[in-house]
Ligand binder design. Structure first.
Ligand code: WT7
Length: 683
């Protein structure tokens, strides 16, 4: 599979990145004040290289408060199901909230701005009290240690409160992104077997109320037998149906509950949360994270990479529906006692200056967003950010996909005023925390490279045989050679799939990330893209398989194949080949195209809507019946077909698939709001 990439796409990427030779050294001023300077970084690397497990054990003792200290650091007897600090006990919310009460109880933990402009501030003391109240309410509703709680909320403080309330009592949260539709919510709830769903009447997005309760009701009407109780936050105040005996308002649920709640002292390996992400085949994977190891990874990487100081205001624009919002909104920064900004709405409401206005008004000093958002906002011109005072910014971050050098330079010059280092952070839902990134006070950066692995992370690039690739211009599989504390533990309910998806390629020798990468002469990593059939749309993974099944569930569709096509703003867009039941639609197919797009939107959420739909009589298949996606990819990109087509069952189909006169593609390119159609764009 890698060879495909090595063939067309990767070589182009490699060429383009090899042209990138600019290097940016950390300024002396930034380096002098940084939490980790070059000398400290070198010392951390030496320590980790000398004693991998010992390095992480020292950090775990220093960074986390343990109720029962651990005596075993890494247990690899069940590899690849590794465990860390397994006999230690702790509580995650205690480590993020209680530990700060004495020293910074009145410090602002969360500054929230809703899309309509409403602002709320919660101090660590207030946040702690709200978490305890909800934790007590959940207990009163029968939620116990190990029970699953689904969370389907807008990006409001209650989302963070709900996550911490769960972990306070040992319940396992499963946040479902508010941009997902009812069927996607239903699938995820059913896979977790959640007892309680926490949702809201709605949230504000692009000036509209997003009707979350309506979607939740639909999901529950169609299935989800495990749900006993629905707790509903009042956010928009729009009327909703409350089902007696099942639905309960949040404000009523917490009424009379105490503002203190004894934490559940759970084992370090107790699952903290499940978070679903797309794979190339089958249903979404329920990534299962631990408590102790995960929190350690989130906390130390927040300190190292974002260099947070006591006075910083940190804004990670990701929704808590994605892992970025877990690790760099709810867990890492709070464990450090930082102030975080939370913004509910669209980056372009009421106009494209909203992000920069938020940075100005809330004195944001460290800003972390996705390349897709940067590209979209870049298109609006520099006058827009130019209207705001961005002088407080001192550090910028990027995540979700490779950032193209043009966007990197714009971010650096226009948003960072040329003075802010940029940390391009590579990681995944599965890795729990950032694994590769520059440290802003210690590492020279190159636009488009996530630079080198953090201390304690042994990433490598290997060829088909598993041998390390050393030649600078050769790509390979990105792998991690040793387990690390914040790694996923398994896939919920499917350990076989966990082993197959991440470990089988090289017989358990390393964790296989599913990305291809290469290293330059300085040992810097350049991520080239995925090696599997997974698209990266607006910084988020979409499985081709999920979109195909959504399409095929439409009565007119017999067969579908989905591939990615490079897109200026989203990184990749969804390109679907569709075979209809009966005759191939010809003539004006716009209405059918619109219907199929909406259909996918309803099944999965707006982010998954195909940008292009091309109808065909058939799909190109091998004699064994496998769809030849790499061919479809080349066609979607308008490239010449250089692949071997001799194994193709029905070669005549190629001309039809290449057909240029497809009204489906007369559809206009999406505007900015479509590029940022979902909060996905922000994380
Ligand atoms: C995939 C993981 C983890 C946060 C957001 C996405 C791609 C992520 C980078 C980066 C190049 C990146 C990879 C990875 N990716 N960050 N800095 N440079 N590619 O999480 O949905 O789990 O996706 O996003 O392909 O495998 P995710």
């Amino acid at each position: 599979m890698l060879r495909q990439l090595g063939g067309t796409m990767a070589s182009q990427n490699i060429e383009s990145v090899l042209h990138e030779q600019r290097t940016f050294q950390p300024s002396a001023e930034f380096a002098a004040a940084a939490r980790i300077g070059a000398a400290e970084l070198a010392a951390l690397r030496r320590e980790a290289a000398g004693d991998h497990a010992g390095f992480w054990a020292r950090l775990a003792r220093e960074e986390l408060v343990w109720k029962t200290p651990f005596t075993v650091t890494l247990d690899d007897s069940n590899a690849p199901n590794y465990s860390w600090f397994a006999d230690g006990r702790l509580n995650v919310s205690f480590n993020c909230l209680d530990v700060h009460l004495a020293e910074r109880g009145e410090k602002t933990a969360i500054v929230f701005e809703g899309e309509p402009g409403d602002v709320r501030r919660l101090s660590y003391r207030e946040l702690h009290a709200e978490v305890c109240r909800l934790a007590n309410a959940l207990k009163a509703q029968g939620v116990g240690c190990g029970d699953r709680v689904a969370i389907y909320l807008p990006l409001v403080p209650e989302a963070v409160i709900a996550m911490h309330a769960c972990n306070r009592i040992g319940a396992i949260h499963s946040v479902v992104f508010g941009g997902f539709s009812a069927p996607a919510l239903k699938d995820r709830i059913e896979d977790t077997g959640a007892k309680v769903l926490i949702t809201a009447d709605g949230g504000w997005r692009g000036g509209q109320a997003v009707e979350l309760k309506v979607a939740a009701d639909k999901a529950l009407a169609d299935g989800c037998p495990s749900i006993e109780r629905v707790i509903v936050l009042k956010r928009t105040g729009r009327p909703v149906l409350m089902q007696p005996g099942r639905d309960l308002w949040w404000h009523e649920a917490i009424e009379g509950h105490a503002a203190h709640c004894e934490p559940a002292w759970i084992e370090a390996e107790h699952p903290l949360f499940l978070l679903y992400t797309s794979g190339s085949t089958g249903k979404p994977k329920g990534i299962q994270h631990s408590s102790g190891g995960y929190l350690l990874g989130a906390k130390v990487t927040t300190r190292w990479v974002f260099d947070l100081h006591e006075a910083d205001v940190f804004w990670c624009t990701a929704d808590v529906g994605w892992v970025t919002g877990h690790s760099y909104v709810t867990y890492g920064p709070l464990a450090l006692g930082a102030t975080v900004l939370l913004y509910e709405g669209s980056p372009t409401f009421p106009d494209g200056g909203r992000f920069w206005k938020l940075c100005q008004d809330h004195r944001v000093s460290v800003f972390y967003t996705a390349p897709t958002a940067i590209r979209a906002l870049m298109k609006l011109g520099e006058e827009v950010p130019g209207r705001y005072d961005l002088s407080r910014l001192r550090l910028l971050g990027s995540v979700g996909e490779p950032i193209n050098p043009e966007a990197w330079m714009w971010y650096h010059r226009v948003i960072g005023g040329g003075r802010c280092p940029i940390v391009d952070t590579w990681w995944q839902t599965e890795t729990g925390a950032i694994l590769m990134s520059p440290l802003p006070g210690a590492t020279a950066t190159k636009p488009g490279s996530c630079t080198v692995p953090l201390p304690g992370i042994e990433a490598d690039v290997v060829d088909e045989s598993g041998a390390s690739v050393s030649r600078a211009d050769t790509g390979g599989y990105l792998v991690v050679r040793k387990p690390w504390p914040s790694m996923l533990r398994t896939l919920w309910g499917d350990n076989e799939r966990y082993r197959a998806a991440y470990w089988s390629r090289f017989n358990g020798r390393f964790y296989v990330a599913g990305d291809s990468a290469h290293r330059d002469g300085d040992g810097y990593f350049w991520i080239l893209g995925r090696v599997d059939d997974v698209l990266n749309v607006s910084g988020h993974r979409l499985g081709t398989m999920e979109i195909e099944s959504a399409l095929v569930s439409h009565p007119r569709v017999a067969e579908a194949a989905v591939v990615g096509k490079p897109h200026e703003i989203k990184g990749e867009s969804v390109f679907a080949y569709v075979v209809c039941r009966g005759a191939r639609p010809t003539g004006d197919t716009r209405q059918l195209v619109a219907e199929l797009r909406d259909w996918v939107g309803q099944q999965l959420g707006a982010i998954a809507k195909p940008e292009h739909i091309r109808f065909a009589d058939n799909l190109p298949k091998t004699r064994s019946g496998k769809i030849m996606r790499r061919l479809l990819r080349s066609i979607a990109r308008g490239e010449d077909i250089i692949q071997d087509v001799s194994t193709l069952e029905n070669p005549a189909i190629l001309d039809q698939l290449r057909g240029i006169e497809t009204p489906a593609e007369a559809e206009e390119e999406p505007g900015l709001e479509a590029g940022l159609a979902s909060p996905a764009a922000a994380g």
